[in-house]
Each structure stands twice: as C-alpha cells, then as structure tokens.
Design a binder for this molecule. Structure first.
Ligand code: PLP
Length: 385
C-alpha cells in the first residue's frame, strides 16, 4: 500500500510478465509463487468452504496467477488453462452443437486439422475449409450458410501464411459467427487478436509461452464471459482435461522471461531468414518478416516488434537434399515442436505423413535464442556441401 493518491499507470505487458502474475503470498511474503498440490480443500464445521474451493479439477490455486497473467497479456476478460493446446482447441469445439458449421483454414497445425476432419463428422458439425489468405472466399463461405465459428491460425504452421485478423473477424461478426485465433506462433508479444476483433485466443503453451521444452499445456483467453465461454468452462471442469499444478508452476516461471526470449528469438529468425533467402542452395524461404513474403504487408499491420521465430525453407536440391541438410546441422536439433530457447529443425512432410499438404523439400525451423553468428555458421556449413 502506498499513501500516494496518484493513479497507478497501466503497466506494459512485459512488466506484468516479468513479475510472473504472482502477488506476494502470506505468511512468508514469497516472491516466487508457492506450489499448491492439494486436490481437495477442507470444509469448516458449518459445512462451508472458507478457502472458496472444493476440488482441484477445476479450481486449482496453481492456475490463478497464470490465468490472470495470460488474460492481461492478451487484453482479455478471462483465461483458462488446459492439459494441452489440443485439449484447449477441442474444448472450443465441444461448446458447439450438432448441426453447427465451422470454417477452418486449409493450412493449419496438422494434429488440429486431423482432429477437425475426424471429430466434426462424428459429432454432426459441418467443416468447411477456406484458403488462409483469401478474404473474398472467406466472405463467400461465411454467407453461404449459417456459420457459428471461424477458426484462424496466423502465422499458419508450417508455411506461415498470414490471415488478416481484423478483416476476417469483421466478416465473421457480420455473418453472426465467432472468431477463434490460434496465436501460438505470434505470441502476445507480437499480436493481440482480441484487440483486432477476435472473440477467443488459443495458445499451445507448450511452445513459446513456456519456452523450455518441458511442459505440455494449452490456454484459451476470451474477450467476454458469455454463454459460449461458460460452455467451454463446463467442457473443462466436467471433461477434466486440466493441467497439473507443477506444469502450471513451470509455465508461470517460463512466462517471466517471455518477452526477452521471444524478442531475441524473432530477431535471430529475421537474420537467419535474410541469410537463407540470399543463399544459392535455397529455393524459397517463407518468413513473414521478409519484404517479398506474400504475408508481409498484412503482418506489418498486426504483428508489432517482430514476425515470430518460425520460418521454413525449400531447398534447390529437393527432398533428399533437404533431409541430408537437416542431418548435417549441429546446433539445430532435429526434433518437432517450436518456440523454445534452443533451435530446432524438421523435415515437416515426414512428420505429417500421408495426406500432408506440405511440400516434400520443406524444412521447418524454430529459431532459438543462441548467438546468431553460431546459428548462421551452422546453416553455412550444412548448406556448403
Ligand atoms: C503445437 C500446436 C498446437 C497443439 O498444442 P499441444 O500443446 O501440442 O497440444 C496447436 N496449434 C499450434 C499452432 C501448435 O503449434
């Protein structure tokens, strides 16, 4: 408590993140948040719950600081943590009803695309795909039949197409549909979809939000706590796809360095993208930060301070050459996932397998926070042969 009567200035999200969403806890005045492991909470003699909690499936105190921080970082009304990004995404679909219609982009996270194709059919939900960047087609599809949900992923994995969130969300709103944005790759450091008109933001917190390749987690953040959001809440509390308290604690710790990590990784990615784009062994680089990238103009309007840490390249030597180059890299570890402090590379079509739309000569790169000269030197040696 201060005695000053001056209004508290609104703090920058980077400041809120550095403090990790925790308020100092009594009785010890811990600066790091305590780890609450209890699954159940005691009643008083009169049967009431003085702690305000009954059972930790949906009421873990371990979530409080993280959810509050995520809501602040996205400028939202409330956040919910889930056991994974996929659990968060499927909770949104569980809030729909049989007969509802969903528009999803052609390019999107592979496992989520598979989920949509499998489960929408089972549950009587109509799934229609649109080309990620084609607003005219999107408008046409939105108005072709009553639509409840528009799904956006931008930048879209693994080709990093950019969808104009403000324009697409306005079209959806006019057609009576809700907009959900998977903003895993952009992170709240660069893009705040709720401010652009989206209704819900999704994160695979497994990626940059945690950032250390040691937690699987997901999150949703809403603009408003309406009926649809309450159905999502129920999908979590009754469905039980909840995060463990230790994972929530690790995520809270990872979020403290979110802004420095993500900015450093994106600056490295920008330099690497420019280096690769001018290399004779490289046929094409996909990175929204490149001036000639098809998504660059829109990305400049909705990504602020960087274009993310993900890029893909296609090699002049074709698929077998791409796999060989991935094997020659030393610092870029061959592994799936993204958004962590260490750099990763993968031959994406091999990971996705049958039915993939990803070109066979494409390598997906997640850029970390290593010294950029080491990253550039690694690609130079791998491409030299
Ligand atoms: C990884 C990922 C997901 C799924 O998240 P999990 O935490 O692995 O379940 C969803 N969307 C995008 C863009 C992702 O990269």
């Amino acid at each position: 408590m201060t005695s000053s009567t001056a209004p508290t200035p609104a703090l920058h999200p980077a400041t809120l993140a550095a403090h990790g969403g925790s308020s100092v806890a009594d009785p010890y005045r811990d600066l790091a948040p305590p780890l609450h492991l209890s699954t159940t909470f005691e009643r008083a003699a009169d049967g009431s719950y003085p702690g305000g909690r009954v059972y930790s499936r949906d009421q873990s105190p371990a979530y409080d600081g993280v959810e509050q921080l995520l809501a602040q970082l996205e400028g939202g009304s409330q956040a919910l943590l889930f056991a994974s990004g996929m659990a968060a995404a499927s909770a949104v679909l569980q809030a729909l009803r049989p007969g509802d219609r969903v528009l999803a982009p052609q390019s999107l996270y592979w496992a989520w695309r598979n989920w949509l194709h499998e489960f929408c059919a089972h549950w009587g939900i109509t799934l229609v795909e649109y080309a990620n960047t084609d607003l005219a087609e999107l408008e046409h599809q939105l108005n072709a039949a009553p639509t409840q949900l528009l799904w956006i992923e931008t930048p879209a994995n693994p080709t990093w197409e950019i969808t104009d969130i403000a324009a697409a969300a306005a079209l959806a709103k006019a057609a009576g549909a809700r907009t959900v944005v998977d903003s895993t790759v952009a992170t709240p450091v660069f893009t705040r979809p709720l401010e652009l008109g989206a209704d819900i933001v999704l994160h695979s917190a497994t990626k940059a939000l945690n950032g250390h390749s040691d937690v699987v987690a997901g999150a949703l953040i809403c603009a408003r706590q309406d009926d649809f959001w309450q159905r999502i809440r129920r999908a979590r509390s009754l469905g039980g796809a909840v995060l463990g308290p230790f994972e929530a604690w690790l995520l809270q710790r990872g979020l403290r360095t979110l802004f420095v990590r993500v900015r450093a990784a994106a600056a490295n990615a920008d330099q690497l993208a420019h280096f690769l784009a001018s290399h004779p062994a490289v046929r094409a680089v996909r990175y929204p930060g490149l001036a000639n990238d098809p998504g660059h103009a829109v990305a400049r309007t909705q990504m602020h301070g960087g274009f993310g840490a993900m890029l893909s390249l296609q090699l002049a030597g074709g698929a077998e050459h791409a796999k060989a180059v991935a094997g020659r890299l030393r610092l870029f570890r061959q592994a799936t996932s993204l958004g962590a402090v260490e750099s990763l590379v993968e031959h994406r079509a091999s990971v996705e397998g049958v039915g993939t739309r990803v070109p066979d000569d494409l390598l997906r790169v997640s850029v970390g926070i290593e010294a950029v000269e080491d990253l550039l030197a690694d690609w130079a040696q791998a491409l030299a042969e």
